[in-house]
Design a protein around this ligand. Sequence first.
Ligand code: SAH
Ligand code: SF4
Ligand code: F3S
Length: 442
Amino acid sequence: MARFYIETYGCEMNKSDSIDIDLAFEHKGYKPAEKPEDADVVVINTCAVRHNAEERIQGRIGYYKSLKKRINKKQTLVVTGCMAQEWGKSLIEKYDNIDIVTGTYHTLDIPDLVLKYQYSREKLVKIDKDSYEFSGFKGERALGFSAWVNIIKGCSNFCSYCIVPYLRGPEQSKPHEEVIDEVTRLVNNGVVEVTLLGQNVNTYGKDNGDISFIELLEKLNKIEGLKWIRFLTSHPKDFDVEDIRRIASLDKVCKQFHLPMQSGSDRILSMMNRRYTIKDYLRLIDAIKKYNEKYSITTDILVGFPDETEEDFQHTLDIVKKVEFDDAFMYRYSDRPLTKASKMGNKVDKEIAKKRLEELIDIQRKISYKKNKMEIGDTIEALIYRKSKKNKDEYLCKTANGKMVVVETKKPEGSFIEILISGISGNTLRGREISIKEELRI
Ligand code: SAH
Ligand code: SF4
Ligand code: F3S
């Protein structure tokens, strides 16, 4: 029985693509290998969003070269995803141990390409961009009780620093009937939580004249048996106050808003081609907080964008302190090929950008701690996610607004429990499972 092993880098979209690749192999009779040494086929699903992601992946390609030599000369190496789309043939030219390169549009073709390669032993490169095939593995795309559902692929925004639109092509929405069918099947197979995915879910339906994202949420909210709906990512320019009002009234939609801000300076936001001002952004934040102070708001921030001055950076810090995000993903700007920003002058010195990033991370860490501490004493419903690595009786549980809490419980993964958030160690919340009676006493 042939075995495959998949190694994944990058965003949720890529992790979701890897589930499809996995299912595509299993449907062809392959079995997953526990470790790469045991695999006949290794797939590296790559990311190209920052230079250091590509460096790490190149290191892994080097590792597989030695593995092939030492353990299995016949092992087939496939490189797929965003970096494969960017590099194309030149990947094979640089690394002679790669056998197949497939881009972002051809992840589902991988098992067929492997078969073709193993028959002919001729290296293959497939990076043409036609139209996306959404996964056909509708009810199977779940690892148990929680599932990702891709509702829109590609990105048409062209933020000036970002390579994604060049690698994943223009936005393409999955027809809403298919989304509803897929979620219904998942729920029938035991899924209680779905996360809708897209580089910008809020433009759902605009490319093909389908219903809007909020209308889609309203329809999904009616699916019986489904408990929680999450979504990722929203571009602030496509979110408005009215959308927030409608989302606030949907009981299954988790009140967790990931709104990448990128910078606190209007001058930089305009150079980034983000198409909103800080005033617009704060209007959204205020609207969310107005509904409920406890709604979670997270963000992405990019520091060291070309020509970012100390003053621009101060604006970013000021907004971070003002908004008090629950959490943030923070990055140092990295030049990417094809992008407008890579051709801009006045690049920020690497050491200065590093220092800015450190300062920002330090401030945000304290804010996250403060926000987490404010949860202590709350009773809240949580979904048991997975066993803790440190203590076998403890589980990591997720609350509706996306906080992870460590709780001791005897219930199985995938169950909902009531918890009392009791404390915090490091930046991790700890909780206690409570019975309904106990809750009433409190
Ligand atoms: N579609 C999402 C995020 C995509 S990439 C969105 O619009 O928010 C995830 C994050 O990577 C971005 O939010 C940005 O902060 C960061 N990023 C993108 N290009 C980058 C670059 N060239 N250098 C450093 N970080 C980058
Ligand atoms: Fe990149 Fe901007 Fe598209 Fe996000 S919205 S993927 S940052 S171009
Ligand atoms: Fe990376 Fe591609 Fe996602 S570049 S962040 S894997 S869309």
